[in-house]
Design a protein around this ligand. Structure first.
Ligand code: GH3
Ligand code: MG
Ligand code: MG
Ligand code: MG
Length: 435
């Protein structure tokens, strides 16, 4: 994020510039009004620091010009003038806040608060969990205090990288903070490398490393190993807060995006009219269930269900009534099947049921039960609606395949229609003769 520093004093400019860099911002320093206006025309700034004594001119008049060019930015006036009414005057002119140039720590503290208020206003909930690896008890106590008290985060602390890796396998975290040098065991760098090599979501977990070395070689080594960010020791509290805030906020945002993606995928897998899975959904889930059945050598059955004389219902009572029957049947199938069963609308008035852990006998019993329920529950204006069922089952050592099972169940369904409808027919997969 860009920060504009409008400051004529070289010393202050250096101090502020260095501070913002440490806080994770990109400062642009200018020394005059003209340069400031040029920069404002070129870039969009999130934060602007303006020194009142700029050029010895009347800065109060300059504030509205800056405000006009950066209506969204936080505009901070830095001043050593303690005269009464300055703050009010500045805010009226368009400034967001005024900071008095007293001590450096005062400026840092005030800026910190304002920066948090400007765009990092997201309050991290205490359900965010941080895994913190640190061998020094004193250092651990200080950092924990900041994370827990100031940031409202849940912190789990451990001394060793090996322990951290075990914890990561057991629970979910939103951030890992690790010291680099850890006495009597593997280093934070080792932990970082292990983490990035995992083949689960933890490989993408944000990691903040705390390092005692501030030389470029070490920093590059950490970055190459995959650290998301780092803080050099001694840890500046304000810096830690901002970096942790950024990392956790990004993680939460990414979680939200992934959740929305999953939600959209879920919607894409559903049939709008009946709420059952559509073909895409069936294929996705069948993949999972079929490989599971193969791996565990468990039986699996697949049924094709088709409403009898559905055309007549449409013709006699209209398409809307036909739709209502489809919805009722979809709901009935979903309610009466097991949770692990997949109920999908194959198209028109045909449904596919994928029944994991179900052999031929169990399949027949379940489908007969469903057939009777359809007779009892799906009536239109007093007229009974029935459905025909064709199904097939696969058991080890035979390997189930979705397409082959569908073809086979469809043949069995055709047979059911031939035999007078409202019945359940089995056909062995790969065998042309019905049993
Ligand atoms: P059978 O017992 O042999 O299955 O006879 P059927 O009339 O059920 O079979 P057919 O395949 O001849 O007709 C299916 C009908 O289903 C024709 C089509 O208009 C209707 N249909 C397909 N999709 C929908 C839908 O989404 N809503 C409604 N209301 N009708 C649909
Ligand atoms: Mg250490
Ligand atoms: Mg049909
Ligand atoms: Mg039909």
């Amino acid at each position: 994020m860009l920060v504009l520093l409008i400051e004529s004093s070289k010393l202050y400019q250096m101090f502020l510039s260095d501070l913002f860099v440490r806080l994770g911002y990109r400062p642009v320093s200018v020394a005059s009004r003209q340069e400031a206006l040029q920069a404002l025309g070129k870039y969009e700034f999130h934060f602007i620091c303006l020194n009142l004594s700029l050029d010895g001119e009347d800065t109060m008049e300059f504030i509205p010009q800056v405000r006009k060019l950066a209506p969204q930015a936080s505009l901070i006036l830095l001043t050593s003038d303690r005269a009464k009414g300055i703050r009010l005057q500045a805010v009226k002119a368009g400034a967001t806040e005024v900071i008095y140039k007293s001590s450096a720590s005062h400026i840092i503290r005030r800026l910190q608060v304002l920066l948090r208020g400007s765009h990092n206003s997201q309050v991290l909930s205490n359900s965010c969990r941080v895994l913190y690896v640190e061998d020094s008890r004193t250092q651990a106590a200080i950092v924990r205090q900041t994370l827990e008290q100031d940031m409202n985060l849940q912190v789990e602390h451990c001394n060793r990288a090996e322990t951290a890796l075990e914890r990561l396998a057991e629970r979910e975290y939103d951030l890992v903070i690790t010291d680099v040098l850890l006495k009597g065991g593997a280093s934070g760098l080792w932990l970082l490398r292990q983490l990035r090599q995992l083949d689960n979501e933890n490989a993408q977990l944000p990691v903040l490393t705390l390092t005692g070395y501030d030389d470029p070689e070490r920093r590059l080594e950490l970055l190459r190993a995959g650290t998301t960010d780092y803080v050099t020791k001694p840890v500046l509290k304000e810096e830690l807060i901002i970096r942790v805030n950024n990392l956790v906020s990004n993680k939460l945002l990414m979680d939200k995006v992934l959740e929305q993606q999953a939600q959209m995928q879920k919607l894409a897998m559903r049939d709008e009219l009946t709420g059952c899975y559509n073909r895409l959904g069936l294929e996705e889930l069948a993949d999972k269930y079929i490989s599971q059945a193969t791996r565990q050598e468990r039986p699996i059955s697949l049924a094709m269900v088709d409403i009898d004389h559905f055309k007549r219902i449409n013709d006699a009572y209209g398409h809307d009534t036909g739709d209502r029957v489809l919805r009722t049947l979809g709901k009935l199938l979903r309610r009466k099947c097991r949770k692990s069963d997949v109920v999908a609308r194959w198209g028109g008035e045909e449904f596919v049921l994928l029944l994991p852990d179900t052999n031929r006998e169990q399949g027949r019993a379940a489908l007969q039960k469903l057939r009777k329920l359809v007779v009892g529950m799906c009536a239109v204006k007093g007229e009974t609606v029935t459905a025909s069922f064709g199904f097939t089952s696969i058991e080890a050592p035979q390997r189930p395949q979705l397409n082959a099972m569908i073809t086979c169940a469809d043949q069995a369904l055709y047979q059911a229609k031939e035999e007078g409808r409202n019945c359940v027919i089995y056909r062995e997969c790969g065998n042309q003769n019905p049993v």
